[in-house]
Design a protein. Sequence first.
Length: 243
Amino acid sequence: MGKKSAASTSKSKEKRQARKLEQRRIADGMTYVTLANKLTDLATYCKELLIYRNKELEVDMYIQKVTDLDKNILQWAIDLTERNMKKLYETCAWGWNKEKKVEEMTDDNAFYLIAKAKNGSPLAFSHFRFDLDFGEPVLYCYEVQVEAEGRRRGLGQRVLKILERLAHGTRMRYVRLTALTHNPAAAAFFRACGYNLDETSPPKEEAAHYEILSKATGDQAADDAQSCDLSDGIQAVHVEAQL
Ligand SMILES: CC(C)(COP(=O)(O)OP(=O)(O)OC[C@H]1O[C@@H](n2cnc3c(N)ncnc32)[C@H](O)[C@@H]1OP(=O)(O)O)[C@@H](O)C(=O)NCCC(=O)NCCS
């Protein structure tokens, strides 16, 4: 048995500290995810963004847990996903498995952002969840789907902006998503909205048909906060109180 040198003792102390810090970071992340999943009024984080008006669209949005969602709206979301995505899934390694998709879309942790036109018909939705992904608290965007007649009017972009606001408010570090590489419209859309290849994306040799994209919440949120009015300030205090 030999005696450890002072240098190696301090190295292992550093390693222990780094391990502890990492464990604390993950535990904190898990706490934020648990708290976010319990929130019942996510609209307080993004009230003014839920109304979307421009020359072509008058849209109102709301957010609900899947368990509270109207069954007809959930069925519409499933149908729209099938109409928009079935062919794309069929032409890649995943294939289209409706049962699996429905199971994913009806998971108890699923949140839905629903956008409805003035006449009441649904136009777009996002299915998202708060989750610990690779040890980091993230808002994972499972779907963003817009009806054909509602596209290229900025609605998809507004939906992502709302998710980004929610992610920041609940202390998620990223909005993260999985995108099919052979869906050029989606690729152009996510890039235009500031999403880039995430460090957790698999190398092309392992999986060429999809990639993980993300946007960090920090800087974007700081920009948003600067342009906030007084009511946002009150919301921010409310957010702190909720957490
Ligand atoms: C991808 C999708 C969500 C985009 O929604 P959208 O409401 O049409 O997008 P926006 O109008 O907000 O577009 C914002 C910007 O993204 C880019 N963009 C959006 N759609 C694009 C397309 N088809 N081709 C090229 N760029 C596109 C543009 O830069 C656009 O700005 P511009 O219209 O001023 O040029 C929508 O086309 C859709 O539902 N597609 C089918 C389902 C799908 O692929 N979902 C994504 C994977 S889950």
